[in-house]
Design a binder for this molecule. Structure first.
Ligand SMILES: [Mn+2]
Length: 388
């Protein structure tokens, strides 16, 4: 059984004002070509298909083209919703499309959906688990399982409750497709700035919960990585969506499971049409044609200018040489002095209460102060020890 693991497509994403749609179209055609050549049995897409719950029309058109191209190769496609997706919209026509070997699993009802595929060694069961959070289960109208809800406080509880409804025979071969924040005890995950970060990591689920699967095809973290063991993996996004990833290469993950316990994992390179990179130096050097021509001038660029003197309209000048320049900062004697002046004294920070720190954070993040209700909730959570 051979399958391609993808995640975090974020179709329709706009990065620093630049629509990524053409980049996505380019990378999707590379993925389809890989499916034609490698002939996997299935393509798994582990959530965050779209960047927004209500994607733009052009994003829907592009994803429709991608699914159609994949279906034409004869491959089975399975996908689950991520935290960016609307579960209901993603499930549109899902029951009809199962006949076409397309499994769109946006919403959850009861146990996770099992899609069995067989090969010469028997069945592999693919368990499709859409993104869940504790509140989804607390509001669950599914009265049969009401006794579960009383104890559902954390993401771990919620995931555990749903998984325990599945009748999984771990002596056979099982693959999980899921979009959650899994962590392995004692190991810091690689995070990208383009992920949505709830404060404090309350969404983390210990990966021991899913260690019984022969492979866990995960979505949520945008950098490809394993979680503890090799067979529990994030595929990562197929494109770089923030400069925090600029030095890393993007891949898609091909997995082959033969007999139970015999798993091969291969990272296949993805080559973007235009890369994302950081350039640093004096503006006269960066604009020199011999420097510009060393790379693709249409790459998405973050510029760090080191000039000490004032430059008039630096962004316009940079853009003339690098049309896709996204952002700019200065790293010179002046900016270093300003940074030092803006840092609070160590003592001032230590003396602030957690509530004061949070309200300052909220103000900076949202541009307004907390409402009375919001500040009451935060105080209650802090007093209850839920947030530290
Ligand atoms: Mn994502």
């Amino acid at each position: 059984m051979k399958f391609l693991h993808l995640a975090d497509l974020h179709v329709g994403k706009v990065v620093n004002g630049f629509a990524m749609l053409d980049e996505q179209r380019y990378i999707f055609s590379q993925i389809v070509e890989c499916v034609r050549v490698e002939k996997p049995d299935a393509v798994l897409i582990a959530g965050d298909v779209y960047d927004r719950p209500v994607p733009g029309a052009d994003a829907v058109v592009l994803f429709d083209e991608f699914l159609t191209d994949l279906a034409e190769t004869g491959v089975t496609v399975m996908l689950v919703s991520g935290n960016h997706d609307s579960p209901e919209r993603l499930s549109f026509a899902s029951r009809l499309l199962r006949d076409r070997r397309l499994y769109l699993c946006g919403t959850r009802s009861g146990a996770p959906l099992c899609v069995p595929l067989d090969d010469e060694y028997g069945d592999v069961c693919f368990w499709l688990m859409p993104f869940i959070k504790p509140a989804f289960l607390r509001s669950d109208a599914d009265a049969d399982h009401l006794h579960d809800h009383i104890h559902i406080e954390s993401y771990f509880d919620a995931f555990d409750a749903v998984l325990s409804r599945a009748d999984i025979d771990y002596s056979r071969r099982n693959v999980l497709v899921s979009h959650q924040f899994f962590i392995s005890a004692g190991i810091d995950p690689l995070r990208s700035d383009s992920e949505m970060n709830p404060v404090g990591g309350l969404d983390a689920i210990d990966a021991s919960l899913i260690s019984g699967f022969d492979y866990a095809a995960l979505g949520h973290l945008h950098m490809a990585q394993k979680v503890g063991k090799d067979s529990v993996r994030y595929a990562g996004s197929p494109l770089k969506y923030s400069f925090s990833e600029w030095r890393r290469e993007k891949t898609m993950t091909m997995v082959e499971i033969r007999q139970k316990g015999d798993v091969t994992i291969t990272a296949l390179p993805l080559k973007p049409r235009h890369d994302m990179r950081v350039i640093k130096g004096r503006i006269s050097d960066l604009l020199d044609e011999s420097v510009v021509s060393q790379g693709d001038r249409y790459d998405y660029i973050h510029v760090i200018l080191t000039d000490d003197s004032e430059i008039i309209d630096p962004m316009d000048k940079i853009r003339a040489a690098y049309p896709h320049v996204m952002s700019m900062e200065s790293d010179n004697a002046r900016s270093q002095a300003m940074f030092a002046a803006a840092m609070p004294e160590g003592g001032a920070l230590a003396a602030s209460s957690p509530y004061d720190l949070f309200s300052e954070f909220f103000l900076q993040f949202s541009g307004r102060a907390m409402s009375d209700t919001q500040s009451r909730i935060v105080r209650e959570l802090l007093e209850a020890g839920e947030v530290q």
